[in-house]
Design a protein around this ligand. Sequence first.
Ligand code: FES
Length: 150
Amino acid sequence: MALSLTVNGEQRSLDIEGDTPLLWVLRDELGLKGTKFGCGAGLCGACTVHLNGQPVRSCSTPVEFAVGGEVTTIEGLAEDGQLHALQKAWIAKGVPQCGYCQSGQIMSAAHLLATNPAPTRNDIVAAMTGNLCRCGTYSRIIAAVESVAG
Ligand code: FES
């Protein structure tokens, strides 16, 4: 079935079954490997991307849900050749350890700041609670988000 969606600002047409998880479309069909497979069950947040501006778990989002919509992945977060402020903060604070969960972490943080540019520490903790990090980088994640928050 031919499906059409916009990914990182580019219109994409794909011949694929509608119940295919968005994660596999991004990674395997479009080569966008920044979005990671963690649990595959909507529990860890490693696969977080934005669909029409909302954070979604791409492992448990059928691609047909994104038809006609706009998907943003970690690869699409930079604008005009400039890293997103959160990406710069992640580097400045040395957030990642193994790094596997971090694209999902950044996508959740980006949604938080898009909807609440001046979050409190509690707001940040609440917004990031669904993104798990087995290395335990939580304190650096919070510090990085706080450094960008207005
Ligand atoms: Fe999607 Fe864990 S891989 S939530």
